[in-house]
Design a protein around this ligand. Structure first.
Ligand code: GLN
Length: 284
C-alpha cells in the first residue's frame, strides 16, 4: 500500500501543479482506427475473420503480443518507479506471454480507447476490464481471471449508505468504465467523468462531486490516500453486482484465445497466479 500511496501522491501533486487542483480533464476522443500494424504480411483480400482461419492468429504472427492498458488503476496497473506500467495485470500478462513464447509489449493508453484499439493499435487489452455485453459486441474476452464490484467513495462524514441515497447526486467516475455506466443509470444523477479515477477522487476532496464510483481495489487504494477525509463503501450495499475481469481480444481469433486461456489456467495451476495476487492485491 505504501508504494501506491507515494506514487499516487506524486501523481496528484504534479497534476495540481500542471492543471490546477481538480481541473476536469476533457473527454478523450476515441482512438482513430488505424491500419493493422502488427502483422503487415496478412493477406489483404481476406476479412479479419477469415484471415485467422486461413493463416492462424494474426495477433501472434510476429511473435510480439502488443498489450494495451491504462496504468491508472492500482493495484492492477499503475506507473512504476521506473516510469513503466507495473501491477498485477502487467505481471500476469508477462507471465502469460512467457508461457505462450511471445514477447509482451505494453502500450499505456486511455481506458476509453482500449476496446476500439484492439486489432489495430494493440493485439489485446488487460486493464481490470469488466466483461460486458456491449464490449462483447466489439471484442472477445478470455476466461475471467478476477472478480470485482464497484465501490462508492464518499466524504468521511457522509450519510450516504444505501441505493436511494445516490439519487440526484453529482457522481465522479472514470470515463467509459462500468462505474460510469452505473452512475448514468442512477436516478437524477449528474455524472462527471475523468480520464483518471484519481482525479475524480481529487474533486471529491474539493467538494465538486458528492461521491465517486470506482472498482473495489482501486477505491481502497485511493481512499487509503486520504484516510481522514474519505471512506470506500462496498457496492453490495447499494445493490451493485459482481463484475468479472478478463483480457479483451480480437473477435474470432480462436488460436489466440485458446493460447491465452491455456496460459492463465497453467499459471493458476502452478501457483504463479496466487503468488501474484498475494504480491500485488492482498499484500499491499
Ligand atoms: N472494471 C471497470 C471497467 O471495466 C474499470 C476498469 C478501469 O478503469 N481500468 O469498466
Amino acid at each position: 500500500m505504501k508504494k501506491y500511496l507515494a506514487l499516487f501522491m506524486a501523481t496528484v501533486m504534479s497534476a495540481c501543479l500542471l492543471a490546477g487542483c481538480g481541473a476536469k480533464e476533457e473527454a478523450a476522443a476515441p482512438a482513430a482506427p488505424e491500419a493493422a500494424t502488427v502483422d503487415e504480411t496478412a493477406s489483404e483480400d481476406q476479412t479479419a475473420d477469415t484471415a485467422e482461419a486461413a493463416t492462424g492468429s494474426e495477433a501472434l504472427a510476429d511473435g510480439v503480443l502488443t498489450v494495451g492498458t491504462n496504468a491508472e488503476f492500482p493495484p492492477f496497473e499503475f506507473v512504476g518507479d521506473d516510469g513503466n506500467p507495473d501491477g498485477f495485470d502487467m505481471a500476469l500478462i508477462k507471465a502469460v506471454g512467457e508461457k505462450m513464447g511471445v514477447e509482451v509489449q505494453i502500450e499505456n493508453m486511455e481506458f476509453s480507447s482500449l476496446v476500439s484499439s484492439i486489432g489495430n493499435k494493440i493485439d489485446v487489452a488487460i486493464a481490470g476490464m469488466t466483461v460486458t455485453d456491449e464490449r462483447k459486441e466489439v471484442v472477445d474476452f478470455s476466461d475471467s481471471y478476477y472478480d470485482a464490484v464497484q465501490y462508492v467513495i464518499v466524504p468521511a462524514d457522509s450519510a450516504i449508505a444505501k441505493a436511494e441515497d445516490l439519487n440526484g447526486k453529482t457522481i465522479g467516475v472514470q470515463l467509459g468504465t462500468t462505474g460510469d455506466f452505473i452512475a448514468q443509470d442512477i436516478e437524477g444523477s449528474t455524472v462527471s467523468s475523468y480520464n483518471k479515477a484519481v482525479d475524480a477522487v481529487n474533486d471529491l476532496l474539493n467538494g465538486r462531486v458528492d461521491l465517486v464510483i470506482v472498482d473495489k481495489n482501486p477505491a481502497q487504494v485511493f481512499a487509503g490516500m486520504y484516510p481522514d477525509d474519505v471512506v470506500a463503501l462496498d457496492g453490495a450495499q447499494f445493490g451493485f453486482e459482481v463484475e468479472n475481469y478478463a483480457i479483451a481480444m480480437p473477435k474470432g481469433d480462436a488460436e489466440l484465445a485458446d493460447a491465452i486461456n491455456k496460459a492463465v489456467k497453467e499459471l493458476k495451476e502452478d501457483g504463479t497466479f496466487d503468488k501474484l495476487v498475494a504480491e500485488y492485491i492482498e499484500g499491499n
